[in-house]
Design a protein around this ligand. Structure first.
Ligand code: 8X3
Length: 253
C-alpha cells in the first residue's frame, strides 16, 4: 500500500514519535496532516516537509476537545491512516500517594483523546475503502511496574481501545494496529513525566547503551502501515536490546 494520494493524520505531531512518524509517512508518499496543541511546532514541521517536496498540513488541535475534533474531521477531504500518538505520562508516584488529577488527565489524553479522534475519523477511514488506525500504546499497556500507576492504567486503556475496536470493525476495510514501545528516549517524555526535573528524567535512561529513538518507533509504525492492506499487524512490541521487560534493564553504570 503506497501513499500517492493518501492522507495520514498524526496526533501529537509536535515532537518525539509523532513528529518522526510524520516525517517517515511523508517520505513514504502520504499527505500528512500534523495535529497537536502547539501550532508553531507543527507549522514549522509542515513547512520543512513541504519545502522538501512532501505534502504536509498543520492543524492545531487538542484531542481532548471533542467539538474541535469533530470540526477537524469535517475539514478533511479524506483520511486513510490515523496515527493515535498523542499522550504521555504525568508523575511516577506510588498508588498510595499519586494525585488523582494526574490519573484523570492521563486517561483523558491517552484514552478518551484517542477515542474522540478515532470515532470522528472512522467514517472517512471506512469510506476510503482501505483504512488504518494505529494506536501507540506502550509496554506499559501490557504489564505494570512500581510507580507506573496512572500511566500503566491509561495505556492498558489504550490497548483495550485498539483490541475492542479491531473486534468490532472486523469485516470493514479498516485495520487496527497497536504499536507498544518500551524505553524510548525522546526530548520530552521523561521530562514531562517528572514535570521539568531534568535530573530525574535523565535517570530513566542512565547507563542504557541505546534506548530506542523516536525515529526507531516511527520506522516501526511506517513498516506496519505500509504492509499490504490484508496484512494486519495486530500488536507489535518494540524495546531496545538492553531492555528485556518493563523492570529488567541493563545499565552500564
Ligand atoms: C513508555 C514506556 O516504561 O516508561 O511508554 O512506561 S515506560
Amino acid at each position: 500500500m503506497t501513499g500517492a494520494s493518501r492522507t495520514a493524520v498524526v496526533t501529537g505531531a509536535s515532537s518525539g514519535i509523532g513528529a518522526a512518524t510524520a516525517r517517515r509517512l511523508a517520505a513514504a508518499g502520504y499527505h500528512v496532516v500534523l495535529t497537536a496543541r502547539r501550532k508553531d511546532r507543527i507549522e514549522a514541521l509542515a513547512a520543512e516537509l513541504t519545502s522538501a517536496g512532501h505534502r504536509a498540513t498543520a492543524y492545531a488541535l487538542d484531542v481532548t476537545d471533542r467539538p474541535a475534533v469533530d470540526t477537524f474531521a469535517a475539514s478533511l477531504d479524506r483520511c486513510d491512516v490515523l496515527v493515535n500518538n498523542a499522550g504521555g505520562a504525568l508523575g511516577a508516584d506510588p498508588v498510595a500517594t499519586a494525585d488523582p488529577d494526574d490519573w484523570r488527565r492521563m486517561y483523558e489524553v491517552n484514552v478518551v483523546g484517542a477515542l474522540h479522534i478515532t470515532q470522528a475519523l472512522l467514517p472517512a477511514l471506512t469510506a476510503g475503502g482501505d483504512g488504518t488506525v494505529v494506536v501507540l500504546s506502550s509496554t506499559a499497556g501490557h504489564g505494570t511496574y512500581e510507580g507506573g500507576g496512572g500511566y500503566v492504567a491509561a495505556k492498558h486503556g489504550a490497548h483495550v481501545l485498539a483490541e475492542t475496536l479491531r473486534l468490532e470493525i472486523c469485516g470493514t476495510p479498516v485495520r487496527v494496529i497497536e504499536i507498544a514501545p518500551g524505553m524510548v528516549k525522546t526530548e520530552e517524555f521523561a521530562t514531562t513525566r517528572f514535570r521539568g526535573d531534568t535530573e530525574k528524567a535523565a535517570k530513566v535512561y542512565a547507563g542504557v547503551a541505546e534506548p530506542l529513538t523516536a525515529d526507531d518507533v516511527a520506522d516501526t509504525i511506517t513498516w506496519a502501515v505500509t504492509r499490504p492492506s490484508h496484512v494486519n499487524v495486530d500488536l507489535l512490541v518494540v524495546r531496545p536490546r538492553a531492555q528485556a521487560s518493563n523492570t529488567k534493564v541493563h545499565r552500564e553504570l
